[in-house]
Design a protein. Structure first.
Length: 212
């Protein structure tokens, strides 16, 4: 599994703390973490949580990432932004229990965490415990276990509703403000990582078009 880490500008200073906790758990699971930044509050590319949504959706739909970890001050804005795009199911995660139940019941591909609200003493440990519980079992197993069948059925229904409710992502991105989209792809290492990991050549062409 390839996990993309994305930070927006208000919490960019915590990128190192988040990356350390995430990579510790990912290494134990044999996963890869790709850090798209922001890396510091002074980065030239200043991502908003809306641009986190654009970037996350592009990474997931192109196959450049299998999962996205992101957030903002409360986690709410990032969660709403990511869920505004097709191919993304993002949970708002505050505790290890949230992480476990989201993985088992909702079987999503992204999480948004609060990196300011409630992030006090022990915040780094809470992050580590969240990531441990998130990937403690294969996703979609159901909780409690006897609810597996109806929960998996509801997930398929949700996927169908979302597929009917969204336009294709390339069409959405082309309809948005061009500077907004270009800013989402302006990270220091975006081009390097995306071109290396993207599994869909049409998305490489799309990003090239949108950033021209």
């Amino acid at each position: 599994m390839r996990i993309a880490l994305i930070n927006e500008n208000s919490q960019a200073a915590k990128n190192g703390v988040i990356y350390k906790a995430l990579k510790k758990v990912a290494d134990e699971k044999g996963f890869e973490v790709v850090n798209y930044g922001m890396y510091t509050a002074e980065d030239k590319a200043q991502l908003t949580y809306v641009q986190n949504g654009i970037l996350a959706a592009t990474l997931l739909n192109s196959g450049a990432a299998d999962f996205v970890v992101t957030g903002c001050g409360t986690g709410e804005g990032a969660m709403l932004a990511l869920n505004s795009f097709p191919g993304v199911i993002c949970g708002h995660i505050e505790t290890p229990l949230d992480a476990f139940t989201f993985a088992q019941i909702n079987d999503g591909n992204a999480v948004a965490l609060p990196f300011a609200l409630g992030f006090g003493w022990g915040g780094d440990l809470n992050l580590e415990y969240i990531f441990e519980k998130l990937w403690s079992k294969p996703f979609g197993g159901g909780y409690p276990p006897e609810r597996q069948e109806p929960e998996q059925r509801n997930k398929k229904i949700l996927d169908g509703v979302r597929a009917a409710g969204f336009k294709p992502l390339p069409e959405i991105l082309r309809s948005l403000d061009r500077d907004l989209v270009k800013g989402a792809f302006a990270g220091e290492h975006f081009e390097e990582y995306f071109n290396r990991d993207c599994r869909d050549e049409s998305y490489k062409a799309l990003v090239k078009e949108l950033t021209a």
